[in-house]
Design a protein around this ligand. Structure first.
Ligand SMILES: Nc1ncnc2c1ncn2[C@@H]1O[C@H](COP(=O)(O)OP(=O)(O)O)[C@@H](O)[C@H]1O
Ligand SMILES: [Mg+2]
Length: 327
C-alpha cells in the first residue's frame, strides 16, 4: 500500500509547484530563467513582489532542476527570515559556503537569501564583495517583498524579476485543481469570495480554502467570509444603508450590534466602505470631505484608538455629509 506522506501537510506546502512548468502566470520570467539554466548562464537573481506569488516556489523549482536530490545539501544554502542574517552570518556561513569548492567538477552552488528585506544594511554591504569575488563558484538568489529594502549596489549586481500579484483568471485553474484533488464541495460564489479576499495572494487562497473546508465542510460565500471574520457584501450594503438613511443613534446602534454579533473589525468595514463611497451620488466636494474623514478614521483605528469612538466618528461623518447636502 502506498503511504501518502503528504496527507497531513497544509495545502500551501502540499500543492507547492515542484517544477517550473507547474507555476501559474509569470510566463515570461519562467521562460527567461529556463533559458538561463539550459544555456548554463545563470546570473545572480533578485526576485521581488507581494507575498504568495510564487517567488520561493520558483527558486526551489530552479534548484530542483539544477541539482539532483543527492547534491542538494552540498550545493544549495537556503537562508530565510528565521535565520540570523546580520553581518556575522555573511562573513561566516555565507563566505565559507561560497569560497569552498564543490565536490562536483562542473557547476556552481546556489545561495538563496529568502525574505532579504530583513537583512541589515551592513550585512548587505558585506555581501557585495563576496558576490563578485566568488561568482565563478556560486550564484545568489535574493528574494524580498520590497525592492527598496535592498541596497542599490546589490540590485545592480543582480538580474531583477518582478512577481506581480496573480489575477483571478490565473488563480482559478490552480484553485480548481486543488478542489478536484481534495474533493471539496465549493460553490461559484465561494470561489469568487476566495479570490476577492486573497487580493492576488495564492497562499492566502489555499489557507482560507483549507480552513473554511475544515470549519464548515462546504465552501460557500457566507462560510468563507465568516471563516476569516470579514464582513459579507450584504453586511456592508446594510451598513451603507443605515449610514445614509437612519437617524444618528439608530445608525450607530445598528452597526454596533452587527459588529458584536458577527465579530467584525472596524478596519475591515472601513476598507469595504471605501470601495462603495465613490458610488454614492453626493456632489464632489461632499464626497471629498467624506473620504478625507474616512482616511482619518482609518489611521486612528490602525493606531489603536478606541473603536467605539471611531465608529461614532464614522456615523457623524456621514450625518454631516447628509446635512450639507440637504441645504
Ligand atoms: N505562481 C504560482 N503558481 C502556483 N502556485 C503558487 C504560485 N504562487 C504561489 N503559489 C502557491 O502559494 C504558496 C506560497 O508560494 P511562495 O512561492 O512561497 O510565495 P512567495 O515566496 O512569493 O511568498 C505555494 O505553496 C503555492 O502553493
Ligand atoms: Mg517566500
Amino acid at each position: 500500500m502506498r503511504v501518502d506522506k503528504s496527507g497531513n501537510l497544509p495545502w500551501v506546502e502540499k500543492y507547492r509547484p515542484s517544477t517550473l512548468d507547474d507555476l501559474i502566470s509569470h510566463e515570461d520570467i519562467i521562460k527567461t530563467i529556463n533559458k538561463f539554466i539550459n544555456e548554463n548562464q545563470l546570473p545572480h537573481l533578485l526576485f521581488y513582489g507581494p507575498p504568495g506569488t510564487g517567488k520561493t516556489s520558483t527558486i526551489l523549482a530552479c534548484a530542483k532542476k539544477l541539482y539532483k536530490p543527492a547534491q542538494f545539501s552540498s550545493m544549495v544554502l537556503e537562508l530565510n527570515a528565521s535565520d540570523d542574517r546580520g553581518i556575522g552570518i555573511v562573513r561566516g556561513q555565507i563566505l565559507s559556503f561560497a569560497s569552498t569548492g564543490t565536490m562536483y567538477r562542473s557547476g556552481f552552488k546556489l545561495i538563496i537569501l529568502d525574505e532579504a528585506d530583513a537583512m541589515t544594511n551592513d550585512a548587505q554591504n558585506a555581501l557585495r564583495r563576496i558576490m563578485e569575488k566568488y561568482t565563478e563558484n556560486v550564484r545568489f538568489c535574493i528574494i524580498c517583498n520590497y525592492l527598496s529594502k535592498i541596497i542599490p549596489a546589490l540590485q545592480s549586481r543582480c538580474t531583477k524579476f518582478r512577481f506581480g500579484s496573480l489575477n483571478s483568471e490565473q488563480i482559478l485553474p490552480r484553485l480548481e485543481h486543488v478542489v478536484k484533488e481534495e474533493n471539496i464541495k465549493i460553490t461559484e460564489d465561494g470561489k469568487r469570495a476566495l479570490m476577492e479576499l486573497s487580493g492576488g495572494d495564492m497562499r492566502k487562497v489555499l489557507n482560507v480554502l483549507q480552513s473554511t473546508w475544515l470549519a464548515f465542510g462546504d465552501v460557500t460565500e457566507t462560510n468563507v467570509y465568516s471563516c476569516v471574520g470579514h464582513p459579507l457584501p450584504i453586511d456592508i450594503k446594510n451598513i451603507v444603508n443605515w449610514l445614509l438613511n437612519e437617524q444618528y443613534f439608530s445608525a450607530y446602534s445598528k452597526i454596533n450590534d452587527l459588529k458584536i454579533k458577527k465579530g467584525l473589525a472596524l478596519q475591515d468595514i472601513l476598507t469595504q466602505l471605501h470601495l462603495l463611497v465613490n458610488k454614492i451620488e453626493f456632489p464632489d466636494n461632499i464626497i471629498m470631505e467624506l473620504i478625507i474623514k474616512l482616511a482619518q478614521i482609518e489611521k486612528q483605528t490602525a493606531a489603536g484608538c478606541n473603536e467605539a469612538v471611531q465608529l461614532n466618528a464614522l456615523v457623524s461623518a456621514f450625518q454631516n455629509a447628509r446635512d450639507i447636502e440637504k441645504v
